[in-house]
Design a protein around this ligand. Structure first.
Ligand code: PGA
Length: 258
C-alpha cells in the first residue's frame, strides 16, 4: 500500500491523473474502473485537459463504472450515467460501445449483474480501478457488512450514505434507497487500485481503512489485502492518520530507492 498526502485537492487530482495517464501510455487499450461522486471531479477535469492539450488518447480504452442508483434513468441529472457523460465521456474520444455502467432500470437485476461481471472478464479484467470512499468507509456502494467476496449486485444504501448523498437531490426522500454496485470481490480483482479522498469528513474512514483492522464494517479496509493500492488523499482527509509522518518519510525516501 502506498500513501501519498497532498496539500490541496488540485494536487491530489493531478497526481491521480498522472497515474492514469502513465497506465494509458503503457497500455492504450487499458480497462479502467471508474467512480462517481465529488471526489474524482478534479481528476476527470485533469484527464479532459490532458486529452485536449496533450493528446491523451482514449480511443482504445474500455471503462466499467462501479455503481448506479436503482430507479434513475440514464438521463436523470443525478444518475451516474449522466454524471459520467457530463464530466468525462462527452469531452474525450472514448467509443460509446466501450463504456459500461450498471443499469439502474433493468427489469432483471440478477441477470444484468451476472452479465456485468462476465463482461469485465471478457474484456480482460480491470487494469486500474479508481475509488472514492464513503464517510462510513464504503467502496462503491459496498456498505458496512458487505462480504469481501461480494460481486455485482443490488445493495440497500446505509442511512449515512443516503444523508451524505442528499446534497445532490432536492429532498432526502428523493435519494434512492437501492443501488446496483460492483462487489468488494469484484474490486479486489483489479490489477491496480487508486483510492482518492479529500476533506475532513473522510478523515475517520481513511484512517480506519488504512490503519484499522481488516473488517467488512469498513469495506475499504479490504484493500489491505490487495497487492497494488495507491491512496492519494489531501491533508484534511489524512488528518486522523496516526502514522502520517511515516508515510511522508517513505514517500520522500522512495525517490532514491535502488
Ligand atoms: P464522494 O463519494 O466522492 O461524493 O464523497 C464517495 C463515495 O461515497 O464513495
Amino acid at each position: 500500500m502506498e500513501i501519498i498526502v497532498k496539500d490541496t485537492v488540485e494536487d491530489m487530482s493531478k497526481t491521480a491523473a498522472r497515474a492514469v495517464a502513465r497506465i494509458l501510455n503503457a497500455k492504450p487499450d487499458a480497462v479502467l474502473g471508474l467512480a462517481t461522486g465529488s471526489t474524482p471531479l478534479g481528476l476527470y477535469k485533469e484527464l479532459v485537459r490532458m486529452h485536449k492539450d496533450e493528446g491523451l488518447d482514449f480511443s482504445q480504452v474500455t471503462t466499467f463504472n462501479l455503481d448506479e442508483y436503482v430507479g434513475l434513468t440514464q438521463n436523470h441529472p443525478q444518475s451516474y450515467h449522466y454524471f459520467m457523460h457530463e464530466n468525462l465521456f462527452k469531452h474525450i474520444n472514448i467509443p460509446k460501445q466501450n463504456i459500461y455502467i450498471p443499469s439502474g432500470t433493468t427489469d432483471n437485476y440478477a441477470a444484468f449483474c451476472a452479465w456485468y461481471e462476465q463482461r469485465i472478464q471478457q474484456c480482460g479484467g480491470i487494469d486500474l480501478q479508481l475509488l472514492g470512499i464513503g464517510s462510513d468507509g464504503h467502496i462503491a456502494f459496498n456498505e458496512p457488512a458487505s462480504s469481501f467476496g461480494s460481486r455485482t449486485r443490488i445493495k440497500t444504501l446505509a442511512r449515512q450514505t443516503i444523508e451524505d448523498n442528499a446534497r445532490f437531490f432536492d429532498t432526502l426522500d428523493q435519494v434512492p434507497i437501492y443501488a446496483i454496485t460492483m462487489g468488494v470481490g469484484t474490486i479486489l480483482e483489479a490489477r491496480k487500485i487508486i483510492l482518492l479522498a479529500n476533506g475532513k469528513n473522510k478523515a475517520s474512514a481513511v484512517a480506519s481503512a488504512i490503519e484499522g483492522p481488516v473488517t467488512s464494517m469498513i469495506t475499504a479496509s479490504a484493500l489491505q489485502l490487495h497487492r497494488d493500492v495507491l491512496y492519494v488523499v489531501d491533508r484534511e482527509a489524512a488528518g486522523d492518520l496516526k502514522m502520517l509522518e511515516y508515510y511522508e518519510w517513505i514517500q520522500a525516501k522512495m525517490v532514491d530507492a535502488p
